[in-house]
Structure formats: C-alpha cells, structure tokens
Design a protein around this ligand. Structure first.
Ligand code: TXA
Ligand code: MG
Length: 364
C-alpha cells in the first residue's frame, strides 16, 4: 500500500480543505496517522470493526488490547457509553480537551473488536487542533492507539510514524513534533472508586485534587506477577521498549517516596551509570547513556544523549521516546539511564523508563 504524507504547516491555523481527504479515508474505513498533544495516533473508525482489525494488523498488536475512541466534543461521548458516572463528568469538565483518557461502561454501538472484548470503552478528547478538526470532519469517533509498531517506543514526530508505518496505512498527517511526548493518563470510572491505569500529564496530584479518593493499578508501580491482570491490558506488555537492553540506575530511597532527589543522590547515580557503561564499553559493546543537561559534562565515553533538564519534567517527557528511537537507529546494544523523582509528571516518566527497561533497575 502506498502511504500518502501531508504536511500541516501551522497547526493553529488548520484549514478544512487540508483535512478533507483524511476525513474521507477514515469514513471509508481506512487508516490515518495524526498528531495529538501526547503522541501520534493511528486512527480508524471506532464503530467499524474492520477498521479496528486493520489497526491491529498495521501495528502487529494483539487484538485483546483495546483501543481508545477519540472524540472532538462532549456530545460525541454519549452514544459510546452506557452512562457517565459522576466522577467521569468531573474529570471531563476539569481536563478535556487534554491528555486524559476515561474508561466508561460501553454502549452496544461500540463493537467489541474496538474494545478487545471488554464491556468498557476508553474515550479521550485530544487537545490538538489537527486531531480535533479531523475527528469532527470525519463525523465518527476515531479509534487510535499510538502509531508505532507494537512494542516500539511511541512516535512523537511524523518521521517516527513514517519509520514504522510507511506502506502499512493510507495516510500520515505531519504537523511537527508533539508537545507532551508521553501517552495520556488513563482513569477508570466504571468501578466505584476511580482507578488510575496509566500515569500521564494529568498527574496523580491533579486527579486527587479533583476527585479526592482514587486508587492506582499495581501494574503502574512495578512488575506484576503472571497471575495478576493489569486493568489496562496494554500495561502487561514489555512496551515502550528500545531494541537495546536498557538499565535504569535509581537511588535506593526513591521508590515509594516520590520526593525530589537531592544533589548527593544524583551524583551517586551519575557515578554508577559511568561505572556500568565503562564495563560494557571495555567489552567492546555499543553503549548509549541517557543523562540530563546538568550531568552531561560528567560523561565522556559512549553515545551520550541528554533527555532534558531536571528543572523541567516537561522537557524530559518531551524527549524520552525520541532518545530511545535514536539509540535504536544508532544500533546501540546497552543503554544506561539516570532516573527521576516520581512526583507530578515524574511518575509517568519513571513508569515509561521502568517498563522500557523491563524493570532492569540497579538501585544504589
Ligand atoms: O495519548 C494517548 O492515549 C495515545 C494518543 C494517540 O491518543 N493513544 C494511546 O493508545 O496511547 P494505546 O492504544 O497505545 O494505549 C491505550 C491503552 C492500552 O494500554 C490499553 O490496554 C488501554 O489503553 N485501554 C484501552 N481501552 C481500555 C479499556 N476499555 N479498559 C482498560 N484499558 C483500556
Ligand atoms: Mg501504545
């Protein structure tokens, strides 16, 4: 299949004509990759089981892993859900449009091919003018997982999408790099107490303030044993992963105490990354190092990439997947990474890095 690529130069000034063909492709049951504020999505008509089938095939994704239905306004939610619980209403008011996916009991209109056989449906209203315009022009809810081959890091630029999806889908809409860089927060409001199934840019602190009581699915916090089923089926896969072995170095005090890291902890971490990297370099391996703007000068050997600054968690989230993909291209065999405090956006950052490492974490 030939994949058409169109460029939207100014995402804040999208013209309807620019998106007509893409909307038509979606209506006809085809696949279009498009930007959102979190990561690029791979869109298909959420009400068309065959379109969902094409999404699974293009990604090489197991079909028991449900898709998120994207909408452009609140009135598009009602036909998809059985009811909107009070907590859902509050979250929609506070955080939509934005990087928050809400799980509702599903209506009969949503085919089980979209929800991986579950009786709930995930819904999100993205805060990106291109995404929003496209969905509203298509006139159907748009099922969209991240537009990567299953198991690879999520795409944060159209070039990343091109690397994975060229020849597999009808169209890619390129409007440059996304803003946030990690996938949306997922909150399940179908149970009596709302539960966070995936951390993202709508943080735990923000959710607590809005809802009070909220639980966290154990699959977010660490590896779960084979008999525990994460509530978001996607969280069970070794996911977000680069081709290299990623080893994460973390201060011992960090897990469970989501405080900021002090200078001494960071220094110890940097030392340990250097020691571990040196050993692999001496064995003749290609080694990548994930550091920060602050620690960059401490390293001299290996392929060194700063993931952002400790002053801004946003910068780290923004660069995370691009750095992992760059190391794939450089055919790195081992990546050693510093870790981050787990407050605010740090929880999402550490969730992605820990999963990318397959929980290969060295604590010092
Ligand atoms: O930011 C995002 O959410 C991006 C952009 C494109 O919107 N999309 C995204 O989709 O990350 P995906 O498919 O890569 O991740 C969706 C996650 C998976 O872990 C899936 O298992 C979970 O959401 N999920 C979807 N529907 C669910 C449901 N009904 N119940 C529980 N988990 C669900
Ligand atoms: Mg994904």
């Amino acid at each position: 299949m030939e994949t058409k690529r169109i460029v939207i130069k100014d995402r804040n000034n999208v013209k309807e004509e620019e998106l007509l063909e893409a909307a038509e492709i979606l209506r006809r049951g085809g696949l279009v990759a498009f930007p959102t504020e979190t990561v690029y999505g791979l869109g298909g008509n959420a009400l068309d089981e065959r379109a969902a089938g094409k999404i699974y095939a293009a990604k090489g994704r197991p079909s028991d892993n449900p898709l998120i239905a994207h909408v452009s306004c609140e009135s598009e939610v009602e036909p998809l859900v059985k009811e909107i619980p009070e907590a859902g209403l509050r979250l929609m008011k506070a955080f939509w449009p934005g990087p928050l996916t809400i799980i509702f009991p599903k209506s009969d209109r949503v085919p089980s091919g979209t929800t991986g056989g579950l009786d709930t449906v995930a819904v999100r209203m993205p805060d990106d003018p291109v995404a929003s315009r496209l969905i509203s022009l298509a006139g159907v809810p748009v099922a969209a997982p991240s537009a990567n081959i299953s198991g690879r890091p999520s795409p944060t630029t159209a070039d990343h999408v091109w690397q994975d999806m060229n020849g597999r889908i009808d169209m890619i809409i390129d409007s440059g790099a996304v803003g946030i860089g990690v996938e949306s927060t997922i909150v399940d409001v179908s149970a009596p107490v709302p539960a966070v199934l995936r951390p993202g840019a709508v943080t735990m602190e923000m959710l607590r303030q809005e809802l009070g009581e909220i639980t966290v699915d154990p699959a977010i916090l660490g590896p779960v044993s084979a008999d525990v089923k994460p509530k978001a089926p996607g969280m069970k896969y070794k996911h977000y992963a680069p081709k290299a072995d990623l080893i994460l170095v973390e201060p011992k005090e960090s897990p469970g105490s989501p405080s900021v890291m002090d200078k001494a902890q960071v220094e110890r971490m940097v030392d340990k990354v250097q020691i571990l990297a040196k050993k692999r370099l001496e064995e003749g391996h290609r080694v990548g190092i994930i550091c920060t703007d602050e620690s960059r000068h401490s390293y001299s050997e290996g392929l060194i990439r700063s993931i952002g600054t400790r002053e801004s968690q946003e910068s780290v989230a923004h660069n995370l997947y691009a750095v992992l993909r760059e190391f794939d291209e450089l055919q790195v065999e081992y990546i050693f990474s510093e870790s981050f405090a787990e407050d605010h956006l740090g929880q999402a950052i550490m969730n992605r890095l820990s999963k990318a490492s397959g929980y290969n974490i060295v604590r010092i």
